[in-house]
Write a protein that binds this ligand. Sequence first.
Ligand code: SAM
Length: 278
Amino acid sequence: MNQFGGDWTKIKIEILVEYAKAYLHIMKDRKFYKLMYFDGFAGSGFIVKDNKIDVDITVGAARRIIEINDPRPFDSYYFVEKDQANFRLLEENTKERFPEKKIHAICEDCNKKIVDMANFLRNPKNKNFRTLAYIDPCGMQVEWRAVESLRGLPIDMWVLVPTGLGVNRLLKRNGQISDAWLDRLEVFLGLTREEIEKNFYRKIETLFPDITYIQKEEDAIEKSAKLYRDRLKEVFKFVSKPYELKNSSNSIMYHLFLTSNNETAVKIGNDIVKKFNN
Ligand SMILES: C[S@@+](CC[C@H](N)C(=O)[O-])C[C@H]1O[C@@H](n2cnc3c(N)ncnc32)[C@H](O)[C@@H]1O
């Protein structure tokens, strides 16, 4: 079972479920659409918050979404989970538990399956598919090229971006970032090293014109959230304001965005985000 999380673990699921219900309500009478739910980081089906004494078990997003029947269910569900042990539990908690529903589960890397989904939706044979996607990684696993493959497709996608926990931690204060970390940032943001440096560092002049050094910008977490949102806007017409997931010291760890090519979708997403941010 997945072991992680604070209260925001539950809140992000509540945000997703509230949005899914609104989405299904709007789609209720549009019978010509085939509604697919795609979960790229599906987990085991349950989340265990391990405080050693108090064990707090939360039903994961996958199960919560499958259990929605009112206003209507999705027509199909596609779950991706890379970890073998989680995947076995996921199958038990989804496919085996809900045999009446059309559920596919696969043990794979999410990036590959996002690109496969994009190819599937781009096929004219599948033009009546509409997708709600949930991309809930724990780290920087999502590759920009996978997100980019979704351009122009009828997908509403909630995506969790590890701004504080991921990007900000890799951006060393003095700019001395290892090649491995730079590679990670490049793949995650879809930017070159030079572009990353330009976005997050400023040049400091010294008394000597030929000696300069670079220093990290103070608000790198907010900057990375804005940068990622701008990147998402290059792929989707609309991107919601973020829900900010903070740790017990009030530092932002992740930003959660809704992206869509439908303006109403993002208006609904913004209302939900506003409610939970307050
Ligand atoms: C934050 S958890 C997901 C929790 C889940 N959304 C829920 O509500 O229960 C992230 C999951 O992604 C899985 N994972 C990590 N890297 C992955 C990848 N590249 N592709 C697919 N799954 C991955 C992990 O094994 C973990 O179970």
